[in-house]
Ligand binder design. Structure first.
Ligand SMILES: [Ca+2]
Length: 329
């Protein structure tokens, strides 16, 4: 199921423990330069260019009455980013990262022409550059349910051999704030660029929900290892999509159901419930084989008091460009 995406390094990395949050062991997820800054600075001041106010509720959100714009960044200023890693309240994005990753240096992200660019440092760490919650202070915004949408683009040619990949995703705030205590948590990947092995240079749409649990192995070295379930239809072939042009990737998350969208078109959906098995059934990592999938993914809805934080990231020297990002609930 997952072998279509085989970008993942095969060797075990010393930082794997925290990386499992993004690089599931058995899920080789895998899966431009903006030259108008002067013009767009002016454009950004006009109401027509404001992608955070007066915006019509997108249809998938309207259908479930998620009509409140709970979060939005049009990236007209760097001021929404906590560039110093202060952790103070009032920012939309935080640069201090959890799991000992430290602060992402400012050269790995920028805002220009109403567009955010994010990469990762040369020694790849994670597809995690900016997040909506500071991992130390807990300040910032987190989410439970909603319609999450981001207008993005990236240059597929830069992905060759790259250890990372453009990613728009959410993970447990509880886990981030208490990494040594929380071993059962959820991750919801809105979009990950997954290379198409049959057509190098093209990227597929990878959207996944993870149910992370303590491993079954009781040996000390694996005591904290997590198992996971992932929906079986997480990878959607999008060979004709030119990722150099803008596309809107999105997820609608309602209690018991997640549906992924590309440019307003539903791609796939995952249902879950405590009363019946998830539909479709989850795929399991080998170490998760003994878990009963009946309750898989329910952790998503019952995640701690804060829910999930939203994260943007990519690989080294492989910018993910984000025009805007919104959350409706
Ligand atoms: Ca913008």
């Amino acid at each position: 199921m997952d072998q279509e995406c085989s970008h993942k390094p095969r060797t075990m990395h010393p930082l794997r423990r925290w990386r499992t949050a993004k690089f599931p062991a058995a899920m080789p997820v895998f899966c431009a330069l903006f030259g108008f800054s002067v013009v767009l600075n002016a454009a950004a001041a006009s109401p027509a260019a404001d992608n955070c106010s007066g915006v019509a509720v997108p249809a998938p959100a309207a259908q479930v009455h998620y009509s409140k714009l709970a979060f939005c960044d049009d990236f007209n200023s760097i001021d929404t980013i906590d560039t110093t890693g202060s952790g103070q309240a009032g920012f939309k994005w935080y640069t201090n990262r959890p799991y000992g990753l430290g602060i992402v240096a400012s050269r790995y992200y920028s805002v220009s022409g109403s567009v955010l660019s994010v990469t990762d440092q040369e020694r790849f760490q994670s597809n995690r550059a900016l997040q909506t919650m500071d991992p130390v202070t807990g300040n910032g915004q987190t989410f439970r349910f909603g319609y999450f949408e981001a207008r993005i683009r990236f240059n597929p040619r830069l992905g060759r051999g790259n250890p990372g990949w453009p990613a728009v995703w959410l993970t447990s705030a509880n886990r981030v704030l208490n990494p040594n205590k929380v071993t059962y948590y959820a991750e919801l990947d809105i979009f990950e660029a997954c290379p198409n092995p049959n057509n190098p240079g093209t990227y597929n749409f990878n959207g996944t929900v993870h149910d992370w649990r303590p491993g079954q192995d009781s040996t000390p070295s694996k005591a904290n290892e997590v198992s996971f379930y992932s929906n079986r239809n997480h990878l959607q072939m999008t060979p004709n999509i030119d990722w150099n042009t803008w596309h809107v990737v999105a997820v609608l998350w309602t209690p018991g159901r997640i549906t992924w969208y590309l440019d307003g078109r539903p791609l796939m959906s995952q249902g879950y419930s405590g009363r019946s098995r998830p539909d479709p059934l989850p795929a399991a990592a080998p170490e998760a084989a003994n878990h009963d999938p009946q309750d898989a993914f329910r952790i998503l809805d019952s995640e701690g008091p804060k829910g999930l934080e939203l994260i943007l990231g990519s690989g080294p020297d492989w910018p993910l460009y984000v025009d805007w990002i919104r959350v409706w609930n």
